[in-house]
Design a binder for this molecule. Sequence first.
Ligand SMILES: [Zn+2]
Length: 77
Amino acid sequence: MLDFDTCNTARLRRDPSFDGLFFTAVRTTGIYCRPVCPVRQPLTRNVSFYPTAAAAERAGYRPCLRCRPETAPFCPA
Ligand SMILES: [Zn+2]
């Protein structure tokens, strides 16, 4: 798993090379996203990162309706 700072920098840049390498979960909304998600960036103190969509779901998060992390082609879920 990538470290927090690496994930956080990637999501703030919406870096497509990190798409599929981690998922961003937002505590305040209960949603998880891909790094390239077009929605407004949550505050760093409200996010946590998961290596797979399944891991984020197990932690109780729901998939984002904009970036569809659960249907991404690299994701077997
Ligand atoms: Zn999203």
